[in-house]
Ligand binder design. Structure first.
Ligand code: SAM
Length: 273
């Protein structure tokens, strides 16, 4: 396992807190992540490779690894550390600004797996960018802050149940692989972490499904009727919701993924009529 602490000492660089630079120093956790990624012979995308601890382990197994790192200092170190891995490319870019077509091009349009210790400040945005897209992703192993993980795992009527929960669980079976304490990282973060496994359920991407879910959750205290009105107009909202077998006075946080499926189908039927 690459010794991130040693590299930091030798280079005399300070981990950048604002970029969420907490490096993984827990070897068993690293091994479990790589195992869960089932990377052998696959294309793997990593977001935030940092000093390359995970990248190196993935590159030993994968067909091709593309690792997107925002920090040019890290990217320069990585290019050197990983020079023996001809199957690995370092992309020195902000992942959030990388267009979907550029992500797709990293693997020539082939399907891929995602494995990453995500920087805490972009966790949800980065994960949703991948989940709510037409990208052909088979599975994802994502390490993140415990509080962010709660949103991906939450079910109806739970406090953390949001559009992120519904959209993720529509496309993937989401489960918790492990929890980690701050001592698994250098420097130690102030928070606990969690690794989630996302196993693909369907490759049928439907942008209207996400649009419907996001609209339903857009104003948390409002009823479904008020929120869906943004999509189909005030005059038709109640009718469309009832045609999905739902009560127009229901609230998004009470609905199951099947309910959202019917609602999205009803919105589609209305918009196409
Ligand atoms: N993978 C390494 C590990 O596990 O030790 C580092 C993980 S560290 C939690 C997050 C990494 O993401 C840092 O290297 C940081 O520079 C990088 N990063 C932060 N924001 C980013 C962004 N918007 N796009 C790409 N990389 C980013």
């Amino acid at each position: 396992m690459i010794d991130s602490k040693k590299i930091i000492r030798e280079l005399g660089v300070e981990p950048n807190k604002a970029l969420g630079q907490n490096f993984l120093i827990d070897e068993p956790a690293l091994e479990r992540m790589v195992e869960a990624a089932e990377a052998k012979g696959k294309n793997v995308l990593e977001i935030g490779p940092g000093l390359g601890v995970l990248t190196d382990a993935l590159a030993n197994e994968a067909k091709r690894v593309a690792a997107v790192e925002i920090d040019s200092k890290m990217a320069a170190v990585l290019t050197d550390t990983l020079r023996e891995h001809a199957n690995t490319v370092i992309v020195n870019r902000d992942f959030l600004k990388l267009p979907i077509r550029d992500i797709e091009a990293l693997f020539g349009g082939e399907s891929f797996t995602v494995c990453a210790n995500l920087p805490y400040y972009i966790t949800s945005e980065a994960a949703v960018k991948l989940i709510d897209s037409h990208l052909s992703i088979d599975r994802m192993v994502l390490m993140m802050q415990k509080e962010a993980a709660d949103h991906f795992l939450a079910g109806p009527k739970q406090k953390c149940y949001t559009a992120v929960s519904v959209i993720s669980q529509h496309y993937y079976s989401v489960s918790e692989l492990m929890q980690l304490s701050p001592s698994s990282y250098y420097p130690e973060p102030a928070v606990h972490s969690c690794v989630l496994l996302f196993e693909r359920k369907t490759h049928e991407y439907d942008p209207l499904y996400s649009k419907t879910v996001k609209a339903a959750f857009s104003m948390r205290r409002k009823t479904l009727k008020n929120n869906i009105a943004n999509l189909v107009g005030k005059a038709f909202a109640a009718e469309v919701i009832e045609s999905a077998g739902l009560s127009y006075s229901a609230r998004a946080e009470e609905l199951t993924s099947d309910d959202f499926m019917r609602l999205s189908d009803a919105v589609k039927a209305f918009l196409e009529a």
